[in-house]
Design a protein around this ligand. Structure first.
Ligand code: PMP
Length: 454
């Protein structure tokens, strides 16, 4: 793998050196780092992003999938600017109409959602969903699947040991904290489960049913490894039987795989759903939606209707604390509503998925013509490139893929004007044209030649 860029990244390098003096690692989120060094960006429009050395790239990172309409879509810009001109930057600390409009929209699109609360990030949404589940069930542990990401909170930053020798049995993964600084007692609140293995999951759930408030999962892990439909339906039935709430974390899949999220594809109603990313139209947001009897645990009014509707906790009515200075920020909601409006137009989602599938097929054909074992996996407008022909059904299957080759190809693509964080998923936007897709395929062919045939 290349240890530095060949040329044309001088300003980026200089700026990154400067950044390292004031920002730990030169970055503001660890995910922004990659080797040989992160590229410092300057401007972006549509599906193009330009770095400080004026190199232009076709962007497939799209802020980790958030920018489904591309950078700075004209209608979204207009909607937010109009809002600010009319009303100001925000109506802090008071209810306003867009909160209701957006909540109604989510209720319309997501059949499992009766009520909604907004947050400022996906992380806050999963945190709040889990707290609601704990209060509702009167239990305190959660189950999560290995390799699934739910934001950086202590109790979900728990997964399997990436060191394969120490990862424990596939049937009962050894859970470890994915960060330094997570107290052991918090680690013990989370039970790590094997994804797409119902028999093993069932055993762990039955064993821990009296402690488990909820299971949280990405219905499509990382946005690209789908749960088997039977696994999902069995899990829904079992959680209902055992009194464990089912939380779908659709921060990544919401609006990307379907306007109504993965749950609309699987035809499953989770008890709670978390959303984020696309929902904010390029601005920070998160949301929790779900069953009224659970959501009402956060309502500060008279709680008599909560306790007659199935909750079994002895906690008091307003025990589920939920707050945030910027919750329901109107500029963010204006951008989000405009995004949904754009996506709801006739044929827009179909076209986006069509383009994505075409890119996937053409890439698969290209790599096959060079006899490189490669597959694309994903759903809707998001997919990943995996260098193995073995089936990928969970986190451990990814160990079989040729990671070094993926990284080398991705770094070469950065030289050729295709932007993604090396080894990351591909997200597409409505701004990607057929010309961009063809250019991307051409760049892959050059990358294959440069990496493998030199
Ligand atoms: N859940 C999932 C499935 C995510 O993909 C992410 C972000 N990658 C989060 C939660 C956390 O969202 P945020 O970064 O907005 O806190």
């Amino acid at each position: 793998v290349q240890t530095s860029f060949r040329s044309g990244k001088e300003q980026s390098k200089a700026m990154y050196e400067k950044a390292k003096k004031v920002l730990p690692g030169g970055i503001t989120a660890n995910i922004k780092y990659f080797s040989p060094q992160p590229i410092v960006m300057k401007t972006a429009t549509g599906c193009k992003i330009t770095d400080v050395d004026d190199n232009s790239y076709i962007d497939y990172l799209l802020c980790y999938g958030a920018l489904i309409t591309g950078h700075g879509h004209e209608q979204i810009m207009r909607a937010t600017i109009k809002h600010m001109q009319n009303i100001g930057t925000a109506i802090f600390g008071a209810p306003h109409e867009l909160e209701i409009t957006m909540a109604e929209k989510l209720i319309e699109l997501y059949p499992s959602i009766d009520m909604v609360r907004f947050t400022n990030s996906g992380l806050e949404a999963t945190l709040f969903a889990i707290r609601l589940a704990n209060a509702y069930t009167g239990k305190s542990k959660i189950g999560k699947f290995e390799g699934h990401y739910h934001g950086g909170a202590n109790n979900v930053l728990v997964s399997v040991n990436p060191n394969q020798e120490e990862a424990g049995s596939e049937l009962e993964p050894t859970s470890i904290a994915e960060s330094n600084g997570i107290p052991v007692h918090e680690l013990k609140q989370t039970i790590v489960l094997p994804f797409n293995d119902f028999e093993a999951t069932e055993k762990l759930l039955r064993k821990n049913k009296d402690d488990l408030a909820a299971i949280i999962l990405e219905p499509i892990q990382g946005g690209f490894i789908p749960a088997d439909a039977t696994f999902m339906h069995q899990l829904r039935a079992l959680t209902e039987e055992l009194g464990i709430l089912l939380i779908f974390d659709e921060v990544k899949t919401g609006f990307r795989v379907h306007l109504g999220g993965a749950q609309s594809i699987y035809h499953i109603k989770p008890d709670l759903t978390t959303l984020g990313k696309v929902l904010g139209g390029g601005f920070p947001i998160g949301a929790v939606g779900g069953r009224k009897d659970i959501m009402m645990y956060s309502a500060p009014n008279d709680a008599s209707d909560i306790f007659s509707s199935g909750g079994n906790s002895t906690a008091k009515k307003d025990v589920v604390f939920h707050s945030g200075t910027y919750n329901g920020h109107p500029v963010v909601l204006a951008a989000g509503l405009e995004t949904i409006r754009l996506l709801e137009q006739d044929g827009v989602m179909n076209d986006l998925v069509y383009k994505t599938n075409l890119l996937r097929t053409k890439l698969e054909e290209l790599y096959a013509s060079y006899h490189v074992p490669m597959q694309t996996i994903g759903m809707g407008s998001i997919f990943n490139i995996v260098f193995t022909n073995d089936p990928i059904r969970n986190y451990r299957d990814m160990w079989k893929a040729n990671k070094d080759l993926r990284e080398a190809i991705d770094i070469e693509l950065l030289e050729l004007g295709i932007y993604n964080k090396p080894s990351n998923r591909y997200s597409l936007s409505i701004a990607h044209s057929m010309k961009d897709i063809n250019k991307t395929i051409e760049a892959h062919e050059i990358a294959i030649k440069n990496v493998l045939l030199k």
